[in-house]
Design a protein around this ligand. Structure first.
Ligand code: PLP
Length: 476
């Protein structure tokens, strides 16, 4: 064959591939218009947007076609995930704006951040508001940390640092982690981040591919789902129930695992339920993850606040996880914006690359303050004891209200269900703020829990009792 013939062949093939690609896009367009029609029917029949049985059937059909055509299963499923994510987005957009939506925080549903903004506005107008809507401890940072900041500034620790953080901090964090970790880790396994929140985002950014599935047990801190979606992943929810004491069943997790599952999120003790995952369940889920090559994201920012026996993932397995930690809750350092992640070196390297791109590093003097905090064991113990007492006092008072709740085994929140007919927690939270000047977080934000409230127990016992009294007045 001459060169000219080869060029003609290449041209033909390129034309062919262009046609196939544009045909695919036309088919996607057709799929979207069918999806809109489905949305209309679902709205008429008051059906939920997501339906796991229908998804399972589609998945099977795709796998069959994959084997017939030689397309790799994982690739076919990834395309399916992208298509389904787009359908879900379309169908949610088509939902009437007054219908509470499954598992999403939308503008019209009162999220805790919206309540927080409303409460702040009232305060600016001179009103006194009790804040139980955000997870912000009321205790101050330890004294050595406050003093350490001035010292760090005097010592001119005011520069850029390596994106992972200064060696001294990473070594100190590795030492802390090694007190529990069954496999010794080094500073290469650690990255200091601006809060646990950014550590979570970096972790997902580093490990989730487009359409990759992220299993999230709910109720859950909203950022898990939001970050997964933001990086192009597909959240897959495992719903837990108050009737089961918020237990997460490994079988329920296993049911959701597919060829494209890339991450399982564990948050123990949990925000918002206060549930501490049982050792056996943790082990079983870690085994499922290992057997299926899935990364476990272990958010342990409330690990110090465990009031029942608790083991972190690093005490059970020696790899396969990304552990997220924070200085915010244990040390009362929310505004310092400092947290960290521990993971395999390759994952940390990917996280560091993106952190370097996004923000260079966290401020150097904050990193020195964090090193000082690591020695403040008494402050942490006092904070934990205080929150525990507040939980005991608050739960005793909440018992007398028409609420059902599971007493928290850890963390700093209680997540009760309102036992009255037709009460939407978003509406209730708005009324509570307007009439009683108490801000709480509606259940919507944490998953499909429209009749639940999340109450943060980070105020003095007197203030908590005053607030619970006011909640009671409105529930009568
Ligand atoms: N993880 C959970 C479960 C949380 O509730 C929070 C904050 O509320 C964080 C992580 C992040 O905290 P920060 O970004 O302040 O470290």
């Amino acid at each position: 064959m001459t060169n000219i013939d080869e060029i003609d062949d290449l041209e033909k093939l390129r034309k062919q591939i262009s046609e196939i690609t544009t045909q695919l896009i036309s088919l996607v367009g057709e799929r979207m218009s069918v999806s809109r029609k489905i949305a209309t029917v679902k709205n008429e029949r008051h059906l939920e947007v997501e339906d796991s049985e229908v998804e399972a059937l589609l998945r099977r059909a795709v796998l069959k076609r994959c084997s017939e055509t030689g397309v790799a299963d994982a690739f076919g499923l990834r395309i399916l995930n992208l298509l389904m994510a787009e359908s879900i987005r379309l169908q949610r957009d088509e939902k009437p704006s007054n219908a509470p939506q499954q598992g999403v925080v939308l503008e019209h549903v009162e999220s805790h951040m919206k309540l927080f903004a409303m409460a702040k506005q009232m305060e600016e107008n001179g009103e006194r508001v009790i804040h139980l809507e955000v997870g912000e401890p009321d205790f101050p940072p330890p004294r050595p940390v406050v003093a350490g900041i001035s010292k760090a500034l005097e010592a001119q620790h005011t520069h850029y640092t390596g994106s992972r953080g200064v060696l001294k901090l990473r070594e100190a964090l590795a030492n802390k982690f090694n007190q529990k970790s069954i496999k010794p880790i080094s500073e290469l396994n650690v990255i200091a981040t601006p809060g646990g929140r950014f550590a979570l985002y970096l972790a997902m950014h580093a490990t989730i591919s487009q359409g990759g599935e992220v299993i999230i047990p709910e109720p859950a801190w909203p950022a898990f789902k939001q970050a997964a979606e933001e990086v192009g992943g597909r959240p897959v929810i495992v719903k837990t129930r108050i009737e089961d004491g918020w237990k997460l069943s490994p079988d329920a997790v296993e049911e959701k695992i597919t060829d494209t599952t890339e991450m399982i999120v564990l948050n123990s003790p949990s925000n918002p339920t206060g549930k501490v995952l049982e050792l056996e369940a943790t082990k079983a889920i870690l085994k499922l993850a290992a057997d299926n090559d899935i990364t476990v994201l272990s958010d342990g920012v409330y690990a110090d606040y465990a009031y029942v026996p608790f083991k972190g993932v690093e005490e059970i397995v020696d790899s396969g996880y990304i552990a997220i930690q924070s200085f915010s809750k244990s040390y009362g350092m929310t505004g310092f914006r400092v947290g960290y992640a521990v993971a395999d070196e390759t994952v940390i390297a990917k996280m560091a690359k993106f952190q370097s791109l996004a923000l260079t590093s966290i401020p150097e003097f904050i990193q020195y303050a964090a090193i000082d905090a690591l020695n403040c064991h008494e402050d942490v113990a006092r904070n934990v004891e205080q929150v525990k007492q507040r939980i005991d006092t608050s739960c005793a008072a909440l018992e007398n209200l028409p609420l059902t709740f599971s007493k928290p085994e850890g963390g700093m929140y209680v997540f009760p269900r309102i036992d009255l007919k037709n009460v939407d927690s978003g509406e209730f939270a708005k009324r509570l703020l307007a009439q009683k000047k108490v801000a709480i977080a509606p259940g919507h934000g944490f998953g499909d829990y429209p009749d639940y409230l999340r109450i943060c127990l980070c105020q003095s016992e007197d203030t908590l009792l005053e607030a619970i009294g006011k909640i009671g007045e409105l529930l009568r």
